[in-house]
Design a protein around this ligand. Structure first.
Ligand code: FMN
Length: 231
């Protein structure tokens, strides 16, 4: 018997890469809801997916014309609110809205001014501890932060914000009891994947540096908030 025919390696399939020109490159990043302070002391709320953490700094990419960019340029306090997957309809209700009046010419067709985005989304603000903009009540993780650096990107199309996180609020259901650790099996971000919303699939493995290793024999529970999180 020729064992070469019984290799355990997966069959090599012919994979073709196409050279394409997608209109967007949103390859799947968590959605955050930014609360910022308007000039008149009211608060704006905007969904953003260009956000990622480096230590205690969150780097955020903003369109130059939006109210959020306008606010952070002059009033640096913000809250970075992380919604759960079940909250995607509220996020999408915010999608065609801007806090900027009049609506900037560069905004997509159908975009309209909305001074009270909390009401429009069906969301509630709760006071923050260290910053003026409120937290979004239903979001399981809320990061109070201050924009330390706000500068245009290399092409002058966007604003790159480096926000230093000053206080973290976490729903007790996503915290490992008695610790400061987020339980990765209980928490799932809401992922924006080429303009479609997803939650996380089951765990595949973990980093050698994790402080919350799981017993491989224990079935992985779905994210605790997937079905229950309010908007
Ligand atoms: C899921 C989602 C992700 C978005 N990501 C970004 C982003 O990363 N940066 C950005 O400037 N706008 C992003 N937008 C668009 C803004 O939410 C939109 O321009 C909104 O009008 C901004 O509100 P504002 O003008 O009140 O700041 C996103 C919208 C949605 C629905």
């Amino acid at each position: 018997m020729n064992t070469a025919h019984h290799s355990t390696a997966p069959a090599r399939e012919a994979i073709t890469h196409l050279e394409i020109e997608p209109s967007v490159l949103y390859f799947g990043t968590p959605v955050v809801l930014l609360t910022t302070e308007n000039q008149d002391g009211s608060f704006n709320l905007a969904p953003i997916s260009s956000a990622w953490a480096l230590g205690q700094t969150v780097v955020i990419g903003l369109g130059l014309e939006g109210q959020t960019a306008y606010n952070l340029d002059s009033r640096p306090d913000l809250v970075i609110n992380l919604p759960a997957p079940a909250q995607w309809p509220a996020v999408e209700r915010l999608a065609p809205l801007t806090g900027r009046d009049p609506v900037p010419a560069g905004k997509p067709e159908g975009c309209r001014f909305e001074p009270d985005k909390f009401a429009a989304a069906g969301m509630t603000g709760v006071p923050s501890r260290l910053v003026r903009p409120p937290r979004v009540a239903g979001c399981p993780i809320q990061l109070e932060a201050r924009a330390e650096r706000v500068q245009p990107d290399a092409r002058g199309d966007f604003l790159i914000v480096e926000a230093l996180v000053r206080k973290v609020h976490a729903d007790s259901r996503v915290v490992v009891p008695g610790t400061d650790h987020i339980d990765p099996a209980a928490w799932s971000p809401l992922i924006y994947n080429f303009r479609h919303y997803f939650g996380l699939g089951p765990e595949l493995g973990h980093s050698y540096r994790t402080q919350t290793p799981r017993d491989r024999e224990t079935p992985v529970a779905g994210p605790a908030l997937a079905e229950t999180a309010p908007n």
